[in-house]
Write a protein that binds this ligand. Structure first.
Ligand SMILES: C[S@@+](CC[C@H](N)C(=O)[O-])C[C@H]1O[C@@H](n2cnc3c(N)ncnc32)[C@H](O)[C@@H]1O
Length: 231
């Protein structure tokens, strides 16, 4: 993983800026005072929420992305999301930007979800956002699952595609500025299994959306899967 994020760290903010839709969504959805930003990356959501008055703990595993956050004076701790049980209790836990599929397997995903539940105060919220992998599996041709939308602006060109390997993992292939090729393995997570695990753990009042504008989640067409779950 470190090589993947090392290679894009300097351009990360040009590739994945915090959108106006993110701000409106989190303005409405963050519960309580203490917030955990899991996989905070270069810290943009963390900085936004701190500016709104929340007490935000930010964690990530990539030294290169944490260094980018530090350069902007945004504190992000180096901590694995599987170690959130070492943190104090929280009112809202956020895990967005396809961070959860970076775990190695479905057991680890369920372990994270259980730890998130235990770490939340009563009434607390877990907010998850990842790629809607179902859409890509539905269009599978051989091992090719399709291209993700091209990200291109005055600072960066970022090409992305998904491929399935023999172990059922998604190989996320990228090309930055037509020169730096890289790949990362992702554990696909589907909406039905995710909502089942959350319910079994004890989460209630699950809400699913297909993007940060809160359009309904449609497994066939949505780009993202967003789940809000309450303890
Ligand atoms: C695609 S980025 C998303 C960053 C940010 N949340 C966003 O929405 O732009 C995924 C992030 O997850 C981090 N990450 C991957 N595995 C992790 C783990 N086990 N614990 C904590 N962070 C992890 C990566 O370093 C990276 O910053």
């Amino acid at each position: 993983m470190s090589q993947f994020y090392n290679s894009i760290a300097e351009k990360y903010d040009a590739i994945f800026p915090l959108s106006p839709a993110h701000k409106v969504f989190f303005d409405a959805e963050v519960y309580g005072k203490t917030v955990l930003d899991v996989g905070a990356g270069t810290g943009n959501l963390t900085a936004y929420l701190r500016a709104q008055g929340y007490d935000v703990t930010a964690i990530d595993l990539s030294k290169a992305l944490i260094a980018q956050a530090t350069a902007k004076d945004i504190e992000v701790q180096e901590l694995n999301m599987l170690a959130i049980d070492t943190l104090p209790m929280l009112d809202t836990i956020i895990n967005i930007g396809n961070t959860l599929p970076h775990l190695d397997n479905k057991d680890e995903v369920q372990t994270f979800l259980k730890k998130a539940y235990n770490q939340l105060t009563q009434g607390g919220k877990l907010i998850l956002q990842m790629v809607n992998f179902e859409k890509y599996f539905a269009q599978k041709e051989g091992n090719f699952l399709g291209n993700l939308p091209l990200i291109e602006n005055e600072k960066v060109k970022f090409e992305r595609s998904y491929h399935l390997n023999r172990e059922g993992k998604v190989v996320f292939k990228t090309v930055l500025d037509e020169t730096i090729a890289n790949e990362e393995l992702l554990q696909p997570i589907l909406s039905e299994e995710l909502t089942l695990w959350l319910s079994q753990i004890g989460f209630k009042d699950l809400k699913l959306y297909g993007n940060f504008k809160k359009e309904p989640f449609n497994p066939e067409t949505s780009m993202a899967l967003i789940v809000i779950a309450q303890k």
